[in-house]
Write a protein that binds this ligand. Structure first.
Ligand SMILES: [Zn+2]
Length: 436
């Protein structure tokens, strides 16, 4: 069988390390680059002038002038069932869950509804250049079947799981420790490692899971060591107070999970806004990751994430939109909010670090950096084409700019889905912006 080769020409940027640690050595940049994909995997990158003569005559090069190609964005925390209730007014976390989230999630008992939302959700991810996400379902196993079916058809690398929740929520959304174990196990056996799909054991958060249920989550991780653990941690001060009442024996919020063996290199905790030094140290020593969700933290008034502190302790961090508490599917907008949150903490989130967090940093947080996150040879070729002329204002602002960091910064401040010219999955065009 002959090889399928795709060649794409534009400016090219990818990271090989964290720019906060290795500075300018952390990335490769080709102002006029060529990315060659063979059978869905990265084959070569470099200067277009050098690589073009080596390409067989029969290959058509997709040329994107005034564009930048980066690895596809990675969203390390998002809820697909909340697509239809994004931008719901007026509450902080616990009341927002009761008033908006739980009613929306009840509708997912119907698989046709779940399939419809999954389709809108995945369309929206691709329109925003997001090619991999760590995704919450609802308590209903059907929600995960619907999501994975759609993701599989689109050949996407996605991680998802059924919510485990046995208290502190409406009756219609509760399972039991046993039922959640059996249903999660059946979903793992059906979907985990099928094509590019991976499973995450997903207790919503410690408030809505009894000790018995958290123990079942730990048991699943023991029985299936390569599945993920995905939950929330230390988002809101009222939430933390309630955790203290519900788990009087735990030292702190993280310790509730730690006691059930839920920490490790496949564990991703969303938020971590209010963590003490000991909790940061414990996350780092267990190689657990945090999802930094600035838009959501601002929207729900939860607090300001301390990225510098996580860097100091060596905690893995990825970016999360946390839709529907996050107000955009766009990682560019989320990075813009991340910059503003850092400013309020007296820190500076550099544009290079931003793009690292949305690509290789996210891949490392998900322990998937051997497969995605940059353009190293052999990686899965998911990538996004960003348009430097996406809007009149972006075009005007960038007209006389040659500096890469400045261009990246403008994209995170002024860009959103309009800045995504195209999204490729395994070297194949999966989304293209309509020309207006
Ligand atoms: Zn969330």
């Amino acid at each position: 069988m002959s090889d399928t080769i795709t060649a794409v020409r534009a400016a090219l940027l990818h990271f090989i390390a964290d720019p906060a640690i290795t500075g300018d050595q952390a990335y490769q940049y080709f102002p006029d680059g060529l990315l060659i994909v063979k059978n869905g995997y990265v084959d070569q990158i470099g200067d277009a002038e050098q690589l073009l003569p080596l390409l067989p005559q029969s290959i058509t090069v997709n040329h994107y002038p005034n564009c930048l190609i980066t690895p596809g964005f990675i969203d390390t925390h998002i809820h697909y069932p909340q697509t239809g209730m994004i931008a719901s007014y007026g509450e902080q976390l616990l009341d927002w869950l009761d008033k908006y989230t739980f009613p929306a999630e009840m509708a997912f008992v119907n698989q046709a509804h779940a399939a419809e939302v999954a389709e809108v959700f995945l369309d929206e991810l691709l329109r925003n250049g997001t090619t991999t996400a760590l995704v919450f379902g609802t308590v209903h196993p059907e929600s995960v079947d619907a999501f994975f079916s759609q993701a599989q058809q689109r050949k996407l690398r996605m991680i998802a799981g059924k919510v485990m929740m046995d208290r502190q929520a409406p009756e219609a959304l509760l399972d039991t420790p046993d039922a959640s174990y059996q249903q999660s196990k059946a979903l793992i056996e059906r979907w985990h490692q099928q094509d590019r799909l991976l499973y995450a054991v997903t207790p919503r958060f410690a408030i809505t899971s009894s000790n018995e249920q958290l123990a079942k989550a730990g048991q699943l991780l023991q029985e299936f060591p390569d599945v993920y653990l995905h939950t929330h941690l230390s988002e809101n001060t009222d939430e933390i107070e309630l955790i203290k009442q519900l788990f009087p024996d735990a030292e702190d919020y993280l310790d509730v999970y730690d006691k059930h063996q839920l920490l490790g290199s496949q564990s991703i905790f969303a938020h971590g806004v209010h963590l003490c030094d000991d909790q940061c140290r414990r996350l780092a020593e267990t190689d657990s990751a945090l999802a930094f969700c600035p838009s959501s933290n601002l929207f729900l008034g939860s607090g300001l994430f301390d990225l510098a502190k996580m860097e100091k302790y060596g905690v893995k961090v990825g970016m999360g939109t946390d839709v529907g508490a996050g107000t955009s599917f766009s990682l560019l907008q989320t990075l813009g909010d991340g910059y503003k949150v850092s400013q309020l903490k007296g820190q500076q989130l550099s544009p290079l670090k931003s793009f690292y967090l949305a690509s290789l940093g996210g891949a490392k947080a998900l322990n998937l950096d051997s497969k995605i996150g940059n353009f190293a040879k052999g990686k899965e070729a998911d990538f996004v084409v960003l348009d430097y002329q996406a809007t009149p204002l972006i075009k005007y602002r960038l007209e006389h700019t040659t500096d890469l960091a400045e261009k990246l910064f403008v994209l995170t401040m002024l860009g959103d889905d309009r800045a995504v010219a195209a999204t490729y999955i395994m070297g194949q065009l999966a989304y293209q912006k309509e020309k207006v």
